[in-house]
Design a binder for this molecule. Structure first.
Ligand SMILES: Cc1cc2nc3c(=O)[nH]c(=O)nc-3n(C[C@H](O)[C@H](O)[C@H](O)COP(=O)(O)OP(=O)(O)OC[C@H]3O[C@@H](n4cnc5c(N)ncnc54)[C@H](O)[C@@H]3O)c2cc1C
Length: 466
């Protein structure tokens, strides 16, 4: 880095200038407000920023960054704070740039299946509005995340198996660079071949390369016919084999989620869904414009599941029940936290090519047992992604070390199988230690990119790069 970022106390030097940009109700050094911006949804240690500001315009973001750049003050962008890898925790203090009030849908290009938005728009709110046009933005992390946070983490979710991750659904960005310059990347053309792909450089950069102030996203039509199915298996390995066959047969599920028996037990704590037998299960959804095609697909899926010892295959899931099941699935992380109340936890998030998925699942389940860790195994199986959630008593250091050792071994299993240490949660704080192993010399190129775009290291310092 050109220079070390100056320590947090320097904030006082620029406070008057920040107060000149922001009216009283959009800047705060209040302890309670700082605490709200000190932690995300993970168990990573919180850290207070020195000030929080709420810009309304790109110009305000630019002025803030110019100021911070000159004074070498850290700036951490903030969306909805729902990350689970410590991504928005302001570990070096400084200013948190809370983008939640830049929440306008700017243009709905319905004929092009596109929308241009500010970064603070929450995707669930946006999809309610887009539904009036028969359209939706497909990537869907469980929490009601902001579009800026989803772009910055390259979030994904249960629909990624059919529609791709956030990265696959963005066409153009407006980004404010560390020194305050404003650039536009990409275009609204779905085909783009003009020069380096800066749009996708900023996607997944976790606020370390620039601040996204506008995005043009791809939308999908809401499918006419949708059907859900739930299949139960004797082991998670059987379920994972069925996943491989379903994807291999080209059946294109709209969602394909794997839950182990513990995860099903915790799903059952949701009072709005019917209780499921506590067995490893696949929750699936298929979409089509023709009802008969949908029925044929479900028949084939049933056969494939039965080949892998499925003990139940329920397709009689109605529209309302389906919505309730997906709602419960989306909130399964919080349900785990409630179920293991008072315990600390570690969330794993690895992904591998689908051909390695059955082995990854079998080995991970065995590893949990061998290492005696408590928790569950669940994930977006259709795209080779699996999460582990491991709980341990906060005061028990031995159990904590065991949870960490389990997570290291779990990531190791994925990396040995041509996979990645994070399929969707991003690197944040917790995955930095795997970056060298996963990327080798490419990590040096990442450092050079960071140096070029943020020479003073003010943007979300302490994240992504080890
Ligand atoms: C219950 C639950 C379920 C979840 N399920 C999933 C899931 O299925 N899939 C998944 O991918 N994630 C999931 N997550 C994690 C989280 O919701 C996503 O990572 C989401 O993208 C975070 O968005 P956010 O708006 O909360 O961003 P934040 O947490 O506020 O920030 C995320 C990162 O983006 C940066 N950032 C924010 N806004 C901008 C901007 N405008 N410009 C530049 N950088 C910015 C921040 O500095 C930070 O590094 C889940 C979380 C919870 C709590």
């Amino acid at each position: 880095m050109e220079n070390q970022v100056i320590h947090m106390s320097a904030i006082h030097a620029i406070l008057p200038q920040l107060q000149a940009i922001y009216p009283e109700d959009r800047i705060s050094v209040n302890r309670a407000v700082l605490e709200q911006h000190a932690r995300d949804q993970s168990a990573h240690e919180p850290h207070l920023p020195d000030a929080v500001v709420w810009p309304l315009t790109t110009e305000e973001v630019s002025q803030t960054l110019r100021l911070a750049y000159d004074a070498r003050i850290p700036v951490t962008p903030w969306g909805a704070g729902t990350s689970i890898e410590g991504n928005p925790i302001p570990v070096a203090g400084g200013v948190v740039l809370d983008l939640s009030r830049m929440d306008q849908i700017l243009t709905i290009h319905d004929k092009d299946f596109q929308v241009t938005v500010q970064p603070g728009v929450l995707y669930k709110d946006m999809n309610k509005i887009l539904a009036r046009y028969g359209l939706f933005f497909a990537p869907d992390p469980g929490a009601n995340a902001s579009i800026g946070g989803m772009l910055a983490n390259n979030a994904a979710g249960i629909r990624t198996v059919k529609y791709g991750a956030t990265r696959d659904n963005v066409l153009a960005l407006e980004v404010v660079l560390a020194d305050g310059r404003v650039i536009r990347t990409g275009s609204r053309s779905v085909k783009q071949s003009a020069g380096y792909d800066l749009t996708h450089l900023f996607v997944g950069s976790e606020g370390t390369l620039g601040v996204i102030t506008e995005a043009t996203l791809k939308l999908a039509p809401i499918p006419a016919h949708v059907s859900a199915a739930v299949a139960r298996f004797p082991t998670v390995a059987d379920a994972a084999e069925a996943v491989f066959d379903i994807i291999g047969a080209g059946l294109e599920p709209a969602a394909l989620e794997l839950l182990d028996a513990t995860a099903v037990k915790i799903l059952n704590t949701d009072p709005d869904i019917p209780p499921f037998p506590e067995q490893p299960a696949l929750f699936m959804e298929f979409a089509s414009s023709h009802e008969t095609a949908l029925a044929d697909t479900l028949d084939m899926v049933r056969e494939l599941c039965q080949e892998h010892r499925a003990q139940g295959f329920d397709t009689g899931v109605g529209r309302q029940e389906r919505a309730r099941i997906w709602h419960a699935r989306h909130h399964l992380f919080e349900a785990h936290v409630r179920y293991f109340a008072g315990q600390s936890f570690l969330v794993g998030d690895a992904a591998v090519p689908i051909s390695h998925y059955p082995e990854l699942i079998a080995r991970t389940a065995a590893l949990m047992e061998e290492m005696g860790v408590v928790g569950s195994l669940l994930g977006h199986a259709g795209d080779g992604n699996i999460h582990t959630i491991v709980f341990y008593p906060p005061e028990n250091d031995e159990a904590r070390q065991r949870a960490l050792a389990f997570n290291d071994a779990f990531v190791g299993l994925a990396l040995e199988r041509e996979g990645t240490c994070t399929g969707e949660h991003g690197v944040g704080l917790g995955k930095r230690k795997f970056m060298a192993r996963e990327h080798g010399l490419a990590l040096e190129v990442m450092r050079q990119l960071k140096q070029t775009l943020d020479p003073r290291g003010i943007l979300n310092p302490g994240k992504v790069l080890p």
